[in-house]
Design a protein. Structure first.
Length: 370
C-alpha cells in the first residue's frame, strides 16, 4: 500500500506530482514573503542630522538677512524721498507766499521798502542770522480789512544744530489804543521839518530802531511779543534781485558813489531815478543822484523782485556735511548777478560732497512799481 501511494504521487512521465494540499501550502508560503497591501509596515524612519539642521538654519538666516536688507533699503529710499518732497513743497509754497505778500507793497515819504544785508537784524537783536544773505522789509495792505502790516523775510542759520530756515516777519498795526512796540512809526514832532519825519536814504532804522531780541525769540512759548515764524526749513541760500521797469537788475545802493555809507541793496528812500521807456544816455535804466536840496527821493518800489532759494532736506543736513556760506557776485554796474552767484555756490556744495541741493526761483511783479 505504501508503494501505491508513491506511484500516485508521480505523473505519467515519472516526475513527482504535487498534491492539492502541497500546492496550497506552497502558495501560502510564497504570499507570506511579500507585504500585504493592508498589512501595517514597520520601517525605520531617518531623522535630520545636527549638521543638516545647522546648515538649514544658516541658509534661512542668510535669506532673511537679504530680505531685511532689501526691505530696509526700500524703506530708507522712501523716507528720504518723502523728506525731499516735503522740503521742496515747503520751499515752493514759501516762494508763492512771498510773491503774494510783496506784490501790493507800498511806499510814500513816510514809509520805506528795503532790501538790506541781514546783519541789520543782528544789530536789532536777532540771533543766528546769515549775514551774507539779504533781509527784505516792506509795508503792504495785507490785513483782513486792508490795513498796513509790516512784513519781511530773512535767512536763519544755526550750523551747530543744522537748522537752516527762511523766517518771516509779520507785525500787525496797533489795535486801538494799544501801541505795538515793534510796528514802524514816525517820531511825534510838531516841527514839519524835523528829520525824524523823513525816512533815511542810507539806512533801514525806520524799521528796526525799536526792535529787540524778544521780537525774534519765537522758541520761547511764553513770549507773546515775537513777530517771526518759520516760513520754510532746509533753506541754505537766499537771494533777492530787484528789477526795474525795463527788466534790468537794479544796482545796489551800497555800490553807488552817491551813498557810500549805505549798506543797503535797495532803498525806496534813496536818491535815484528810473527810466520808464528807454535807458538814460549812460546806458543805465537806474541812476543814483547826489543828495542836494534840489534832489528828490525816489519813493518807489522796484518793478519786480526775483527770489531764489537753495534747499536741502533734513536727512542730508543730519549727515554732518559742512554747508558753505552764500556767495554774492556783482556785475560791472554794481547789480547782483544771481546766476553767477548760484553757479558758484553750487560748485562749493559739490566740493563739500553735497549733491542733493535743489534751487527754486520765482518773480513777483509789484503793482506799484510800474
Amino acid at each position: 500500500m505504501h508503494i501505491h501511494a508513491v506511484a500516485e504521487a508521480r505523473g505519467p512521465s515519472g516526475a513527482p506530482r504535487q498534491t492539492k494540499a502541497a500546492i496550497n501550502r506552497t502558495h501560502s508560503i510564497t504570499l507570506s514573503r511579500w507585504p500585504h497591501p493592508f498589512r501595517p509596515q514597520h520601517r525605520r524612519r531617518r531623522a535630520f542630522t545636527l549638521i543638516e539642521l545647522l546648515a538649514s538654519v544658516a541658509l534661512l538666516t542668510f535669506i532673511l538677512l537679504i530680505l531685511a536688507g532689501v526691505t530696509e533699503s526700500a524703506s530708507r529710499a522712501w523716507r528720504e524721498g518723502q523728506s525731499r518732497t516735503e522740503t521742496f513743497q515747503s520751499a515752493r509754497t514759501s516762494l508763492e507766499i512771498i510773491a503774494r505778500e510783496v506784490t501790493p507793497a507800498v511806499v510814500d515819504t513816510h514809509m520805506q521798502f528795503v532790501v538790506a544785508p541781514a546783519s541789520i537784524l543782528t544789530q536789532a537783536g536777532a540771533k543766528n542770522v546769515a549775514p551774507e544773505t539779504p533781509a527784505i522789509l516792506w509795508m503792504a495792505p495785507s490785513g483782513a480789512d486792508g490795513t498796513l502790516n509790516c512784513l519781511g523775510y530773512y535767512l536763519y542759520r544755526d550750523d551747530a544744530r543744522k537748522f537752516y530756515r527762511l523766517k518771516r516777519i509779520a507785525i500787525a498795526p496797533p489795535a486801538g489804543a494799544t501801541l505795538s512796540p515793534y510796528f514802524p512809526q514816525m517820531e511825534n514832532s510838531s516841527n514839519p521839518r524835523d528829520p525824524a519825519l523823513r525816512t533815511s536814504p542810507v539806512d533801514a532804522q525806520w524799521f528796526t530802531r525799536n526792535w529787540d531780541a524778544r521780537a525774534f525769540d519765537e522758541e520761547d512759548p511764553d513770549n507773546a511779543q515775537a513777530v517771526v515764524s518759520s516760513a520754510a526749513d532746509g533753506v541754505i541760500a537766499f537771494w533777492v534781485q530787484c528789477v526795474d521797469v525795463l527788466g534790468n537788475p537794479i544796482p545796489l545802493v551800497s555800490k553807488s558813489t552817491v551813498h557810500p555809507t549805505s549798506e543797503l541793496q535797495y532803498n525806496s528812500a534813496a536818491y535815484f531815478e528810473v527810466a520808464t521807456s528807454t535807458p538814460f544816455d549812460t546806458g543805465n535804466s537806474v541812476q543814483y543822484l547826489a543828495a542836494s536840496p534840489q534832489a528828490m527821493k525816489a519813493n518807489r518800489v522796484p518793478a519786480a523782485l526775483d527770489f531764489t532759494i537753495v534747499t536741502l532736506d533734513s536727512r542730508i543736513l543730519a549727515r554732518g556735511f559742512a554747508v558753505p556760506t552764500q556767495v554774492n557776485i556783482y556785475d560791472a554796474r554794481g547789480a547782483l548777478d544771481v546766476d553767477a552767484s548760484r553757479a558758484q555756490y553750487e560748485t562749493l556744495l559739490q566740493q563739500n560732497r553735497i549733491y542733493n541741493a535743489r534751487t527754486f526761483s520765482t518773480r513777483a511783479k509789484l503793482v506799484n512799481g510800474s
